[in-house]
Every structure is written in C-alpha cells, then in structure tokens.
Write a protein that binds this ligand. Structure first.
Ligand code: ZN
Length: 298
C-alpha cells in the first residue's frame, strides 16, 4: 500500500500543519536495510502528536517484518505481565478478547495454552489473521500493543477498536508517547528518538492528550492504571532500562528484536548486568499505556 504525503494532523480537532510546525526533524530509519533513508517527522502544534511526512510504499517496508519472533523468555515474561494486568481488570478464562494488530498471534497462543479459549486476533498484514469478520463482533477485552502508531488513520483505527467493545468492555492501548520524545536536541537516556520514532513504520505517534481525546470522542472512560508498560517488569533482564541499554550496545537498530541474543555483548557490559537485575528501579520514559472502558448505556 502506497501512502500519500502527510501534512495536516489527523488526530486532533484543531489540526496543526507541517507548515505551522515548530518542530520538524529528519530522522533516519532504524532498520538496517533502510538505514540510509531519512524521513521528515513533524509535531502538530495543537495536540503535540508526531507525524511522518513522506509517502512510502508500506508493502516494501513490511516484507519480512518481525517474521522471526518466537515465544522466548522475554516474550513469555511480557505476556505473563500482560495477563496479570488484564486479570486485575476482570479478564477470566471465559472472557472474550480481541488482539487488534496481533502480528504472528504469539500472545493468543500464550493465552490458549493457559486455557483462555475465546481469544481472537486481527492483523491486516498477516494472512492468517486478516479476516475482517472478527472486527464486526463484540469483546470483553480489546487490546492493542504497539500498533496504533503504525496505522495511517489512528482515529479510524481507534473508532473500530472501540466499536468492538461490549458494554463494560476494556480497551488497552500501548504506544510510544510523543510528549516524551524530543525532536530537536539530544535525547537523554537510552531511548533515543530514532528508535522510538521507528521510521517510516510509525506513521503517527500520539501525545497522551491526543490519545485521551480519541477515547473521549468515542464516549469511553479512562481507567486509572500503572504507567509501567508490559516489558518493564521485575523479571531479570525484562525491564525497559536493560532492554534499551542492550539495544544500544547491540547495534541500536530495530532488527535486534529479531536477531539471536548477543551473549558477548551481554558478558562484556557490567552496566547491562546491573540493569538486568535493577533496571526496573531506573524507569525510562517514552511509552504510555492507557486503559479505557465502555461505560455507555447502549
Ligand atoms: Zn494534532
């Protein structure tokens, strides 16, 4: 799918434009294959969301994307944390769940192995999960982890996700937070803007204000929750600080997710050992998780 040039914010009611943007920066792609290509990212002066300008052929970029992921130690710890959080909000073995943007469906497999049978996935780029009929049904839980930033029309995506909620249903959205990403200047900490903006894959990176606004526009209520995202845990090595530090040492590209674990990199960095065990206590900004609930009467 070929996109078009993007110059007017599509997530807020008083849209800013590229022309009036105070922050505009050219960002190199963080994938090895495309690391010589750069993309214009600009911030909406109204809602603070970040947008990728240039038209791109997404089919080219998504070829083989995240195709090698397995349910390894890291993902198992993440999914365990996800499940624990969902359980806190009432997720039971009898509950229905839609994983919107499920990629290879690994989280669904994790849940099914533990006796959660009513779980479904949708992902437009994965033939096994591209059947849109799952989007016409209602679920107790709709979850979407690191997906909304990839879509062309976040409002449409959010509306569709919200429309799949049963009355009382819970919607979990986890995504980078534009408010925490500085376009101009040097980023502090291990999460640099190149990786958070993940060009050209992240088409629109929402500010928290914009994401809350999308919930409000669909009549959803915000449920208070911890801001710790699913891979910021107390499991050894599975925290945002350690993962970010490892990424930096291992090449600072997105491809690291799919590549074999670099034992030598690990063994030669005392800083990384330290963060593996204590990184949870050194939180890193850059992502947000917002939980919404459909409390409407009808
Ligand atoms: Zn905006």
């Amino acid at each position: 799918m070929k996109t078009t040039d993007f110059t007017t914010c599509n997530v807020c009611d008083n849209p800013g434009t590229l022309e009036t943007a105070k922050e505009v920066e050219e960002i190199y792609s963080d994938r090895r294959k495309f690391s010589d290509r750069k993309f214009t990212v600009w911030r909406c002066s109204s809602c603070g969301s970040l947008h990728s300008k240039e038209a791109v052929n997404l089919d080219e970029y998504y070829q083989g994307y995240l195709g090698n992921q397995r349910l390894d130690y890291f993902l198992s710890c993440m999914y365990y944390t996800r499940l624990k959080l969902l359980s806190k909000y009432g997720f039971r073995k009898s509950s229905t769940l839609l994983d919107y943007g499920c990629n290879q469906g690994l989280f669904l497999s994790f849940l099914r192995e533990r006796g959660y049978k009513n779980v479904f996935g949708y992902d437009a780029y994965i033939p096994k999960y591209a059947d849109e009929t799952v989007l016409s049904k209602k679920y107790d839980f709709v979850v979407s982890y690191q997906v909304i930033e990839h879509v062309e029309e976040p409002r449409h995506f959010f509306r569709q996700a919200a429309s799949c909620l049963e009355q009382g249903g819970i919607l979990v959205i986890e995504t980078p937070n534009a408010t925490d990403i500085s376009l101009s200047g040097i980023d502090e900490g291990p999460l640099d803007k190149k990786r958070l903006l993940h060009q050209p894959y992240h088409r629109h990176t929402l500010s928290q204000q914009a994401l809350l606004g999308l919930g409000l526009s669909q009549g959803l209520s915000v449920v208070p929750s911890s801001s710790r995202i699913e891979y910021d845990t107390l499991f050894p090595g599975v925290n945002n600080r350690a993962i970010s530090t490892y990424f930096q040492l291992a090449g600072d590209v997105h491809d690291v997710i799919e590549e074999p674990f670099q034992i030598k990199t690990f063994l030669t960095s005392p800083q990384l050992w330290f963060y593996c065990f204590f990184g949870y206590f050194f939180p890193v900004k850059g992502y947000m998780r917002v939980i919404f609930q459909n409390l409407s009467e009808s």
